[in-house]
Write a protein that binds this ligand. Structure first.
Ligand code: ZN
Length: 437
């Protein structure tokens, strides 16, 4: 059995496998071989459910099967081309206590800590109260089918996981002066997503004899209108209230009292987006931003058709249908057509009164007594939203300590973690599995 020094060595072997999404099968086969070698007890004691290439699914049988746990992560990583890496991206080099490499934080750390926790528990002779499944897709970064295959297997077998844990939040060091504690950011719901195209049409023609009100001019006016007007209002939701309350525990006493007093208030929902527009808006509102546009094929043509793409992130308060109705009115106002290209509503909120969430939080407090637990709204997307279709508690958090600087290296150059933070995260997963009743 490896000791905590051995963790870094073992973890490095995972990082050295360049499992870039959609790279050849041989890279993933080599990765599976490393997993078998590093976690022999998982290999011998857990059933590997064969679902094809895109997902590794293990079942560790517990005393009961009616309320199983699913622990998720992904095997694949984003490419490490370009940027200015100071270390070889698949070298797992260590400098000043940090290991550098693609996947160190997104999210082979999750995969490693989960596997290592199960390995150690098996070695100690422990049998979990409920079945534990480990589900690792190999195509998360490209929204591939791995997680869906696992979800479908659970559905076909009539298995309803009581709690699902996936990547998402981490334990972050204080981000402003009045924050006195590290905070474990526990993702309890995911915002919705849509792409909407606005299309303006006209007669077109040669640019030397321009008419007024061309497609590009109308789209320009529409974009301007959307930027200037508060199309979607800020509102509190149960999730944003839980977040403010949790954040309160990480603050200095004065601010903590303020957070408790105003945490659930509509006033805060109105004020915060004004004080900190990007973060406050993302927390309390359906946000939207124009991301793509296209006009004529040449500089001297007035286009017959031009379009802009609007990217939306729905708050849990707003249904996509309601938002689209508002946008349709705006489209009409500027004589444009509107087409929804892609859409999913915000996910349901984790059942924070349920056993799964309570066990997760108590394992967090046991492992990291000095850390504030802050539930939060996940703005981006993970595979977890696929599994949440079959579970009421899909928690998005790997309790791994990271600085904001380290978080900034995700999908960027010099991705790294502190190797001393591996051990507590392994302990967290052990605590979670052991205390889950
Ligand atoms: Zn990830």
């Amino acid at each position: 059995m490896k000791n905590s020094n051995g963790y870094a060595e073992s973890f490095a072997r995972l990082i050295k496998c360049p499992t870039v999404t959609e790279s050849g099968h041989e890279y993933f086969d080599a990765f599976h071989k490393v997993l078998d070698e590093e976690f022999p007890l998982v290999k011998d004691n857990c059933e590997r459910i064969e679902l094809g290439r895109d997902v590794l699914l293990y079942k560790w049988s517990g005393k009961h099967s009616d309320r199983p746990i699913v622990l998720m992560a992904h095997q694949d990583v984003v490419p490490a081309v370009g940027g200015d890496w100071h270390f070889p991206p698949f070298g797992a080099e260590i400098k000043d206590g940090k290991m550098y490499g693609r996947g160190t934080m997104d999210c082979k750390n999750t995969l490693f800590c989960t596997m290592q926790a199960v390995e150690e528990l098996i070695e100690s002779g422990f049998t979990p109260e409920q079945d534990v499944y480990l589900s690792f897709s190999d195509c998360e970064e490209t929204s591939g089918p791995g997680a869906e295959m696992a979800r479908d297997w659970f559905k076909t077998h009539g298995i309803t996981p009581d709690v699902v844990v996936d990547e998402g939040g981490a334990i972050i060091t204080p981000i402003f002066a009045k924050m006195k504690k590290d905070a474990a950011m526990v993702g309890i719901l995911e915002k919705g997503y849509a792409d909407v195209k606005f299309i303006a049409k006209g007669k077109g023609g040669h640019s030397s004899q321009p008419p007024k009100n061309t497609p590009v001019a109308r789209l320009g006016a529409l974009v301007n209108y959307c930027e200037k007007h508060d199309v979607f209002k800020a509102k509190t939701s149960p999730a944003s209230k839980a977040m403010i309350k949790g954040l309160g525990d990480a603050l200095t006493p004065g601010l903590r009292t303020l957070a408790r007093m105003f945490g659930g208030s509509a006033l805060l929902a109105k004020l915060l987006p004004k004080i900190a527009p990007a973060l406050g808006g993302a927390m309390f509102k359906t946000t939207m931003v124009f991301t793509m546009c296209e006009g004529a094929a040449a500089p001297n043509i007035i286009p017959q058709e031009a379009w802009v793409n609007l990217n939306l992130r729905f708050s849990p308060n707003d249904s996509p249908e309601k938002c689209f109705k508002k946008l349709e009115k705006i489209a009409k106002k500027f004589d444009c057509e509107m087409k929804v290209e892609k859409c999913r509503a915000a996910s349901p909120m984790v059942n924070v009164d349920g056993n799964g969430y309570a066990t997760f939080v108590s394992a967090l407090k046991k492992t990291y007594p000095d850390v504030a637990v802050v539930p939060y709204i996940v703005f981006g997307g993970t595979d977890c939203r696929i599994m949440q279709e079959i579970s009421t508690s899909a928690i998005r958090c790997t309790p791994f300590r990271m600085s904001m600087k380290q978080l900034g290296t995700m999908h960027a150059s010099d991705e790294n973690i502190d190797i001393e933070n591996i051990e507590p995260c392994v302990n967290f997963f052990k605590n979670f599995i052991e205390s889950y009743k």
